[in-house]
Design a protein. Sequence first.
Length: 129
Amino acid sequence: MEPGGARNVITQLRRGTVEHCVLALLRDRPRYGFDLVRELSDAGELLTSEGTIYPLLARLRRDGLVETSWQESGTGPPRRYYALTGDGRATVAAFISEWSRFRDGVDRVLGLTAPPPAAGPARAPEGSA
């Protein structure tokens, strides 16, 4: 692996998951951009810079997964809030239903968890016939 390979791995992992994490954060309530940045940063390695969230939010809006509204702020200029649309809710629900299966598969391949028990044909208990 080339120098800096660990960083490249994290970058690749982020690409596939950050948009779904943003959608998940919007499940409970609308949020403004910097609020999302703070949440993702607090969660760990999910966000590298504030500049990456706004292009992502613009794309989610274009794709019809979020909608926006302007709300007054008590501490400065109005803020653009992002809220899930019906399609956004369906997208995050689909991701959640697939995530555990995907994560568990990766964990098994990496040797972090035991493989699931083999599903074989059902056998009758001994002594029954």
